[in-house]
Design a protein around this ligand. Structure first.
Ligand code: PLP
Length: 425
């Protein structure tokens, strides 16, 4: 429906239908788990500002690192020149990542980290002179919003208009509990064709696809099938990385060492945009040649921006110096205790948890992303001072790790109240 715009701002917001939104609150500051809007209204950021804020907003060490870096080196071309913040981040990533990932390529967002990973996989096979060009991906996957990442993501209303831009991929069924064998069989069958370059997966949990959790054994098995057929295994850890699933990276839980790993979101603790794609020596070496046509052809203007790298270096220092893992373990426990109240509650189904993430589906007739309940939930939570942006009828809680027990209780009380309100006749 068209008509007069309900908003007084020229800003066009992401994934936002302005016709049903009106003016949006303007946030002026953030600290810990709290966002403060103009006029002083506060919101508890229970989704880590779209999954990026890990330790909490305004971590002093990250803020100080950014301030120091601005004073010394703001930006420099990264083709042919380097700088210590990027070198330190690369060394840190190699130290922390699953074994075998020895090279780090920087970019600016999760989508670009995934595109870079896909390009590396194709470049690898081309440089080795093998005709492997097909990409496999999971059903319900989400890997970003650029053309290539939409291609490997699930198809639906989000990308129907852009279909002409997208390439075809081999779709592997989601390894749901009880039907993993179907996933393995489909993967095996696809790999046997011999034309597959890579399989890309979100390890252990599909985020934007609805917080769909699968078993560590299934992740390990998919990686193993790929290995047997010499298909590259790409782990998209953009959401799962930096502690969300309980470990630094989700792959650790399945003892999986991917050929390519994409990280972004929590890489700077959520303070600045930065991403990286890690690759094995084998992939690097396939591009390493005096023949310049084998170069890895990718760049963006701000590749490895020093200020963003300084923030990422501070984040890595926090991981290595502060008891982050203990904090995460405590949060996992608090999440479990709060979620337990909704077990067997007839208003919800699929009550689930993976590490610091919990999710539950409100029982509705029109489930899915466009469930009519979605916008109503958002408004109801915001009215209670809680930022929870459900995926259709799926409510999920993914807070910064500094959240206290009392703050988390506020979130779950809001879920209880809102569910009462929306399910009341
Ligand atoms: C968010 C996300 C992306 C895209 O990251 P952006 O920084 O938003 O481009 C890619 N993959 C996964 C799994 C994500 O959750």
């Amino acid at each position: 429906m068209s008509g007069a715009s309900r908003t007084s701002s020229p800003v066009w917001h992401p994934f936002t239908q302005h016709a049903v939104m009106g003016d949006v609150p303007r946030i002026v500051r953030a600290k810990g788990v709290w966002l403060e809007a103009e006029g002083g209204r506060r919101y508890l950021d229970a989704i880590s500002s779209w999954w990026v804020t890990t330790h909490g907003h305004g971590h002093p060490r990250i803020g100080a690192a950014i301030r120091d870096q601005v004073e010394t080196l703001d930006q420099v071309i990264f083709a042919g020149l380097s700088h210590e913040p990027a070198e330190a981040v690369a060394r840190g990533l190699v130290r922390l990542a699953p074994p075998g990932l020895a090279h780090v390529f920087f970019s600016d967002s999760g989508s670009t980290a995934v595109e870079v990973g896909l390009k590396m996989a194709l470049g690898f096979w081309r440089n080795r002179g093998e005709a492997r060009t097909r990409i496999l991906a999971l059903e319900h996957a989400y890997h970003g919003d650029t053309a290539a990442t939409m291609s490997v993501g699930a198809r639906g209303a989000f990308n129907a208009a852009y279909e002409p831009l997208l390439f075809e991929v081999g779709r592997i069924p989601f390894p749901a509990a009880g039907s993993q064998q179907a996933t393995y069989d489909a993967l095996e069958g696809a790999c046997r064709r011999g034309d597959v370059a890579a399989l890309i997966v979100e390890p252990l949990i599909l985020g934007a696809g609805g917080m769909l959790i699968y078993a560590t054994e299934a992740l390990a098995m998919m990686a193993q099938i790929c290995r047997q057929h010499r298909v590259l295994f790409i782990a998209d850890e953009v959401m799962t990385g930096w502690g969300r699933t309980g470990t630094l990276f989700a792959c650790e839980q399945a003892d999986v060492a991917p050929d390519i790993m994409c990280v972004a979101k929590g890489m700077t603790g959520g303070a600045l945009p930065l991403a990286a794609t890690l690759a094995t020596s084998e992939i690097f070496e396939a591009h390493y040649s005096t023949d310049r046509s084998r170069t890895f052809f990718h760049s963006s203007s701000y590749t490895a921006n020093p200020i963003a790298c300084a923030a990422a270096r501070a984040n890595i220092e926090i991981w290595e110096a502060e008891p982050v893992r203990e904090r995460i373990a405590a949060l996992c426990g608090m999440q479990r205790d709060n979620l337990a109240k909704f077990e067997g509650d007839s208003r919800f189904e699929n009550v689930r948890q993976l590490g610091t993430i919990t999710a539950l589906d409100v029982v509705v007739r029109d489930a899915g992303y466009f469930a009519s309940i979605g916008p109503r939930l958002y408004e109801a939570f915001m009215a209670r001072g809680v930022l929870l942006r459900s995926l259709g009828n799926t409510i999920y809680v993914m807070p910064p790790y500094c959240v206290s027990g009392e703050e988390l209780a506020v979130v779950y009380d809001a879920i209880d109240e809102v569910a009462k309100a929306v399910s009341a006749p």
